[in-house]
Every structure is written in C-alpha cells, then in structure tokens.
Design a protein around this ligand. Structure first.
Ligand code: PMP
Length: 322
C-alpha cells in the first residue's frame, strides 16, 4: 500500500514476492526511516488459522510510526493487510508444535530527496514466510554486553525501527564470538540495569516464586509476549514485579541460589530458558542450566496452549482468520 501526503493510503495490491523499485535518493536508504512488526499465524488444533493479539501489533506499529515521524497506518488497514496475506498464503501455514507462518509488516520512507526531514511518501508492505522453532530446545546462553548499549533515554528504544537493530548487530556478533546465543543489553546511563535482549524481553524467577522483569521506561521494546506473560503469571497467582534489576544483583542472586530461573520471551523465541550468563564479570549458571525450569515451562505451556487453541482463551487474544 502506498501513502502520499494529501492523497492518503492508496493502491493496495497483493503480488508474488519480487524486488521493489526505489529511487536511490529514497529517504529510507539515507536516514533509516523504517519501522516493522513481527507476528505469526498458526494452524490451530482444529485445522483453522489463528493469530495472537494482532491488534497489539497494529497499535505498536502506530506508536513506532509516531516516534519515527512517519505516516499513521490505521489499525484497520494494518489488520486487513495482514489478514489478506494470511488468507492468500494459508496453504503455506505449517502444522506442528513449533511451526508457523511468520509475518513481517513494515513501512519505509520512499520519497526521493537528500535534505534531512520526514518523508511525505511511504510504502507499507507485508511479507510472509513459514518458520520453525527459533531455538532448538534446551536453554540459551546469554552474553552480557558491557561495551554497547541498545537504547538511551529519549531515543528510539521503545519503537520497533530498523536502526535499533542495526545498532545492536556488533554486540550480537560479539555474543556469537563468545559462543553465546543471544546478547543482553544494560542501560545506557549506568551500564548496570538489565534491559532486554537482542530480540526478546527477559524475566527472572526467584526462589520464593516471584517473577521480576525490567520496567519499560522508554528504552525497552514493549513486547506483546512480555505483556501476555505478565497477565498469565498474575492469573496463576504468582507475584510479578516490574522493577529494575542490576547485573551485579543477578550474578549475586544466581550464586546464592535466590535466582532460580531466567527466560527470554518474544514472538520468535516464545518462552526460552536462559541457562547461563557470560560477560566481563565471568560466567554464571542459572538453576540447572539445561532448561529444566518448572516456572518457565508452566508459563510456556500456558501461552502456547492459548496460542494454538488448545486451552481456553479468557482474554480474547486469539483471532481467527477465516
Ligand atoms: N525486544 C526486542 C528488541 C524485540 O525485537 C522483540 C521482538 N519483537 C521483543 C523484545 C519481543 O516482543 P514481542 O513479544 O512483541 O515479539
């Protein structure tokens, strides 16, 4: 779908995947005015096709657009575009526990000019691709990035814009070089408060059953999985605290046995146990270190059960695509 100031959104089309034409001076290529979303369509237990909280992705897309001074994509347009593509590609939606059709709605500034200013023309596109599980099971290892931060107060950390991910690639490469699966970012000001991972939010489980996750505060992506788990955990009767948690405290609590589980969560990772943290202060194993984490597993089962239509959905999170 194209946008032009004065004309609004127009010319929606569904096409076979092919390269798109852009003027070499298109604003996105120079100033990275780009936002995106990540969501999945699942094959439900009864064979139907379902999506998990697509309205929340539409809302976050709107908020990202606002932060990046881009045109607003109305929720109805966002949702209709995604649903239409899912309908066209429905035969490609795999069945099976961890398989799904990954959807990537994104918007780029397409106006051609070289001055620094918001574009007056945009392209909103959705692409789709079948995917399997993001991690292969067990627990992931996490590299604590002390040299690079992902987001600063007043910056774009709460928006899902490409620039955030470009800025995190070097840290991600460092994590891989350290034999870790993922990178963990600390806050920009003090380099000690745990924020989030490269593409996931993070939770900690204390020995007394309390769950701790960093508060959003403008520098963390407001994950839809994070939000759903906060609700599921509270409804399971767990105490959940959104509060700052430092990396020193994390190491100390893991050593003393107060911290018993940690997990990453997101659309791609769903809920994945963290087995160990590694960084300049050494390595620390969380719990058994092998992913046998009862609270994490309980939350994962509850979430997947709802997403796959195997458990009741009292929250109205699951939407059918007919
Ligand atoms: N943080 C970052 C940086 C991410 O890229 C993602 C994935 N969108 C998440 C957290 C998790 O968000 P969600 O649960 O909405 O997928």
């Amino acid at each position: 779908v194209r946008y032009k100031e004065g004309q609004g959104w127009h010319n929606p089309t569904i096409e076979a995947r092919a390269p798109i034409a852009l003027d070499p001076a298109a604003a996105v290529l120079h100033y990275a005015q780009e936002i995106f979303e990540g969501m999945k369509a699942y094959r439900a237990a009864d064979g139907g096709v379902v999506m998990f909280r697509p309205d929340a992705n539409a809302r976050r897309f709107r908020q990202s657009a606002e932060r990046m001074a881009m045109a607003e994509v109305p929720d109805v347009l966002f949702l209709e575009a995604v649903r239409e593509l899912v309908r066209v590609d429905r035969d490609w939606i795999p069945s099976g526990e961890s398989a799904s059709l990954y959807l990537r709605p994104f918007m780029i500034a397409s106006e051609a000019f070289l001055g620094v200013k918001p574009s007056s023309e945009y392209l909103f596109i959705v692409i789709a691709s079948p995917v399997g599980a993001y991690f292969s099971g067990g627990a992931v290892s996490v590299w604590v990035s002390e040299d690079y931060t992902r987001a600063a107060p007043g910056g774009t950390g709460a928006a899902k814009c490409g620039g955030n991910y470009a800025a995190s690639l070097l840290a991600q490469r460092e994590a891989k070089a350290q034999n870790c699966d993922q990178v963990l970012f600390l806050d920009a000001a003090e380099h000690r408060w745990i924020e989030e991972m490269g593409g996931m939010n993070i939770f900690f489980v204390m020995k007394d059953g309390t769950l701790v996750t960093p508060p959003l505060g403008g520098t963390i992506l407001p994950g839809i999985t994070r939000d759903a788990l906060l609700t599921l955990a509270r409804d399971k009767g767990l105490t959940v605290r959104e509060e700052r948690y430092s990396i020193e405290q994390c190491y100390e609590d893991a050593a003393s046995g107060r911290l018993v589980e940690a997990f990453a969560c997101g659309t791609a990772a769903v809920v994945t146990s963290i087995g160990r943290f590694r960084g300049h202060r050494g390595e620390i194993v969380i719990g058994a270190g092998n992913g046998a984490d009862p609270v994490t597993e309980g939350l994962r089962d509850a979430l997947i059960g709802i997403q796959r239509g195997q458990r009741p959905d009292p929250y109205g999170w699951v939407q059918r695509v007919d």
